[in-house]
Write a protein that binds this ligand. Structure first.
Ligand SMILES: CC(C)(COP(=O)(O)OP(=O)(O)OC[C@H]1O[C@@H](n2cnc3c(N)ncnc32)[C@H](O)[C@@H]1OP(=O)(O)O)[C@@H](O)C(=O)NCCC(=O)NCCS
Length: 231
């Protein structure tokens, strides 16, 4: 246990250029306080002292502003930079050498039971306010960009950025399911609207072209119109 705590302090020392000494980390880093408390509280959880563990984790949250469920499995050399607002759900599994920045959520989607929180393999880094939701796996060494929303597995050694927010339901009815990584389907209402708009613009362009030609060469335009009328 003591060795594990030392490795957590070392992780902060290595990964935060602002950290000047172990004593400074021990006194001033709420992310480190949170993981130190969790290491002890997790033991209580494993010893089936569940209520005591929950109560102590609430107390730790009060002081650190980091909410780690006592059941979360966290590997060695773990570092939460700044800490504020970080949430780690009960069935989260975190490998060794993982770094989280402030505001990260390792949460559930609200649709799953049992294992419902993410698994972060070794040496994953999660940027500030990223939300990783569901029983998904973030592969070893991957980096999640700040403010990303991740709901699918990420392979090892990838960097991901961006959030997915799109309407999936309106008035209780499932609506157009727009995903960047899915093939676009012609029957989708959005695609249909875009095709209609393209058609309308093409018609406007051909009218404008005809008007330009008529302006440049009125005689040719007159002849073309006469021919069209004769036919
Ligand atoms: C994602 C990140 C790791 C950079 O990775 P990278 O591979 O070096 O990416 P790049 O800087 O080359 O950027 C690649 C593209 O992603 C974009 N991008 C970078 N970070 C982004 C983010 N968090 N959200 C959305 N887009 C982002 C860049 O603008 C660039 O877009 P472009 O190709 O259209 O120009 C970094 O930007 C990040 O988010 N780190 C988290 C750090 C953090 O949380 N710090 C908190 C300190 S308190």
């Amino acid at each position: 246990m003591f060795g594990t705590l030392l490795r957590d302090i070392q992780a902060a020392r290595e990964r935060d250029p602002a950290a000047r000494s172990n004593l400074e980390i021990l006194l001033c880093y709420s992310g480190v306080h949170a993981i130190m408390a969790h290491r002890i509280i997790h033991r209580l959880w494993q010893w089936k002292l569940r209520l005591l563990a929950r109560w102590l984790s609430q107390t730790a949250k009060f002081f650190t502003n980091v909410a780690i469920h006592p059941g979360a499995e966290i590997g060695e050399g773990f570092f939460i930079d700044h800490g504020t607002g970080t949430v780690i759900g009960e069935t989260s599994e975190i490998g060794d050498g993982v770094t989280l920045f402030q505001g990260v959520t390792l949460g559930g989607t609200g649709k799953e039971s049992g294992k419902r929180h993410p698994t972060l393999e070794d040496n994953v880094t999660v940027g500030a306010h990223a939300q990783i939701l569901g029983s998904i796996t973030i592969g070893e060494g991957s980096v999640i960009g700040a403010a990303a929303v991740v709901v699918d597995d990420i392979p090892p050694y990838c960097t991901v950025v961006g959030s997915k927010a799109y309407v999936t339901r309106r008035d209780g009815e499932r609506t157009y399911d727009f995903r960047h990584d899915h093939a676009l389907r012609a029957e989708d209402p959005l695609i249909q609207q875009l095709l209609d708009r393209i058609k309308q613009l093409e018609e406007e362009i051909s009218t404008l072209k005809a008007q330009c030609q008529a302006y440049r060469n009125p005689q040719a335009a007159h002849d073309r119109q006469s021919n069209a009328e004769e036919q």
